[in-house]
Write a protein that binds this ligand. Structure first.
Ligand SMILES: Cc1ncc(COP(=O)(O)O)c(C=O)c1O
Length: 305
């Protein structure tokens, strides 16, 4: 049986801040963290007419591995479009790319086409073929609400069991899909649970736009915490590595793309939050296999032993 829901909430200290951590990293590695939530719909609905799934995004994205696993489980073919496959990765596959290949993914190099070009092409292809399903990059789709509601319900059940009054739930955002549907679910359940997030992939404006695209009602939009400075997604920053190492002192391995900025942003506002805080660990640590060597090369002095 694959574990795809019902993760524990644990109490930890990071840099002297008390936090509850929702351990979605303990979900099955193929759907680690928010992919189990965002792709639950595609895992559970019949889709009996589907034979092929189309996706696109980065060659090291954990959604590539999750889509490959989804396709493998359901007996579909995955055609996944990436804008470039580095020769070194072709020669020595690792991380999400290697895992996706092992699961039978057909990974197509578009030789530099970006997401804005590829997305309409794939959506069109799927519209023309009844047996073909298109899943937008990172699971940014209305279908994600189905599984994220389950995550919200788990947090609500835990919140009731703790007899808390208010609660802040914090999670870093890429497309913002998980954060948005969480806040919407808590609002619909009429619970005093506030979702706070930060934009890891684009800036705050990009994230706000994503929220509007998924849901026009601004009441359901999470609160955005702005980072102290502008960071580029996927780049290695000294303060990210230090933040990641701090988080790992909990004994839990965090992920290197989203969690460091998540923690820095949360830390910057923690003094203003009077209620307990749940940080959602959204998994994705397989990606550390490709990020860690980059950090090691750039900041060898921060690695001891
Ligand atoms: C580990 C991890 N954290 C956070 C996110 C951001 O999730 P979302 O795109 O739903 O905002 C992702 C992307 O899916 C992710 O892989």
């Amino acid at each position: 049986m694959m574990k795809l829901s019902q993760t524990p909430v644990e109490c930890h200290q990071i840099d002297n801040v008390s936090l509850f951590i929702k351990r979605d990293d303990l979900l099955h590695p193929a759907f680690s963290g928010n992919k189990a939530r965002k792709f639950a719909y595609y895992l559970q609905q019949p889709f009996s007419h589907i034979k092929r799934v189309l996706g696109h995004g980065s060659v090291q994205a954990n959604s590539l591995y999750s889509l490959a696993s989804l396709a493998q489980l359901r007996g579909w073919q995955l055609d996944y479009y990436v804008n470039h496959i580095p020769q070194s990765l072709r020669d020595q596959p690792l991380g999400n790319y290697a895992a996706a290949l092992a699961a039978g993914a057909n990974i197509i190099d578009t030789a530099g086409k970006n997401g804005e070009e590829v997305e309409p092409m794939l959506a069109h292809l799927a519209a023309q073929h009844e047996d073909t399903l298109f899943i937008p990059e990172g699971g940014r789709a209305l279908e994600a609400e189905f599984g994220v509601q389950q995550l919200a319900a788990e947090i609500a059940t835990w919140w009731r069991s703790q007899q808390l009054e208010q609660l802040v739930v914090f999670l870093p955002a890429g497309t913002g899909t998980t954060a948005l549907f969480l806040q919407k679910s808590f609002c619909e359940m009429q619970l005093p649970i506030i979702v706070m997030t930060c934009a890891v992939v684009g800036g705050d404006d990009y994230l706000r736009k994503q929220f509007y695209q998924l849901c026009a009602n601004v009441r359901y939009h999470p609160t955005i915490v702005t980072p102290a400075k502008r960071y580029h997604f996927g780049k290695c920053y000294r303060e990210f590595l230090i933040a990641w190492q701090q988080m790992n002192q909990t004994g839990i391995e965090f992920e290197l793309l989203y969690d460091p900025l998540g923690w820095l942003c949360l830390k910057s506002v923690v003094a203003e939050i009077s209620s307990p805080i749940v940080y959602i660990h959204q998994g994705g640590i397989l990606g550390n296999q490709s990020m860690l060597p980059r950090y090691r090369r750039k900041y060898p002095e921060l690695f001891t032993g």
